[in-house]
Unconditional design. Structure first.
Length: 389
């Protein structure tokens, strides 16, 4: 390891932290692929395609939770519209996947089925060059990033903050959802995009392709965590935290807080777009319901449950909440929303710092020196001084 990189690595994590990341990488990149592709289905150690898809989906949500934690936990910006950026990334890559269907659709025409059904003769302008993988990747980053930059610049420059900013982001998401529900926008209406066939010429339904997508998602999650950790431990991250706690004082110190907030807001949107693209590739569908305001509120709940301003807490919250959602929507679907609301109330009242904050308090409580030991040490230290006096 080059000595130039050593301070950066030490700033990101301690040796224990890097060990945990290495173990997680080993599980994601070695153990899971072997358990799914090499272990026979009759073995108890076999990991089914269902679990691979579920874990991959949760990892996409974890990237979104990291993006939310960057702006809410460290910059104090509560967004109730991050589901929009997630969906835009999914739609941007979904157009490429729809173009890859070719003439294998129901109507055997080199156009998506919904366009043939609506009697469209050519692709609309927003579908230009979407049969290119590289252009689709560019759209995944550029579309949510550009929208976030324009919206954030005018909102932050106008000093919109707090609950007003949250309401505006929710209204923006709801307006976009209504727009995408329309058939004449060219995005499939309420059905959205589905029935994908290929990606880069490979069948998207084969176990090998799904495992490649799983590994790419795992690498994206680890990369997003390291990127976020690098930001929050840097000088820029300290300024962000100062803006969260006392923006007026930071402005008096000569910092342009608008630029700081616009950058982290745009980066957060881009991370959501990347997560959306990985999500649509593995789940196989994207529709306007992903822009539902309820989905954006749920993203905030993930971060609140795990712990704001902790990064690992955001990942933990996304995993636990979505794991519980997968269980309850099968076992008792009518009670899931009640359980989610109860969870949010309990976390707000009894765990304001989330699960990570609770774990830290418990660790401090059980590792704190006992009062009796401290009281017996104090007199022994004081006696020589009293005798000398």
């Amino acid at each position: 390891m080059s000595p130039a990189y050593t301070p950066l690595l030490q700033r990101l994590y301690t040796g224990r932290g890097w060990t945990v990341i290495a173990i997680c990488a080993l599980v994601l990149f070695v153990a899971v692929p072997c358990a799914n592709l090499l272990v026979p289905p009759s073995s108890p150690f076999h990991l089914s395609a269902y679990w691979v898809s579920l874990i991959g989906k949760i990892m996409c949500y974890a990237i979104v939770a990291l993006a939310m934690d960057l702006i809410w936990g460290y910059a104090g910006i509560l967004s109730l519209g991050h589901g929009l950026f997630f969906a835009l990334g999914g739609y941007s890559f979904g157009m490429y996947l729809m173009r890859q269907i070719g003439a294998d659709g129901q109507y055997r025409v080199n156009m998506p089925d919904f366009m043939v059904f609506l009697d469209w003769k050519e692709f609309p302008w927003q579908w230009w060059n979407t049969d290119s993988f590289l252009w689709a990747c560019f759209l995944v980053v550029a579309v949510p990033g550009l929208l976030a930059y324009v919206f954030g610049y005018f909102a932050f420059r106008s000093r919109v903050k707090g609950v007003y900013f949250s309401i505006i982001t929710q209204a923006l998401t709801y307006a976009a959802m209504l727009l995408f529900f329309r058939n004449d926008t060219g995005f499939g209406g309420n059905n959205g995009f589905t029935d994908f066939k290929r990606i880069l010429g490979y069948s998207i339904t084969t176990p090998e392709t799904r495992m490649v997508l799983f590994v790419v998602t795992g690498a994206a999650l680890i990369g997003a965590l390291l990127l976020a950790r690098g930001i929050v431990t840097s000088r820029y991250g300290r300024v962000l935290t100062a803006i969260r706690d006392a923006e007026t004082r930071v402005m008096f110190c000569g910092y342009n807080t608008v630029n700081y907030k616009v950058f982290i807001w745009t980066l957060s949107a881009v991370m959501c777009g990347v997560a959306g693209a990985l999500y649509v590739s593995q789940v196989g569908i994207i529709n306007p319901s992903e822009m539902s305001p309820a989905n954006s509120i749920e993203i905030a709940i993930w971060v609140a449950v795990g712990g704001r301003g902790t990064l690992t807490g955001a990942i933990l919250g996304a995993g636990l909440v979505n794991g519980a959602k997968s269980f309850f929507t099968v076992a008792a679907p009518e009670y899931w929303l009640f359980m989610l609301g109860l969870l949010f109330i309990l976390v707000t009242l009894f765990m304001p710092d989330g699960l990570v904050g609770l774990a830290k308090r418990l660790h401090a409580k059980f590792t704190r020196p006992r009062a009796g030991a401290a009281s017996t040490d104090a007199p022994t230290a004081a006696r020589p001084a009293q005798q000398d006096a």
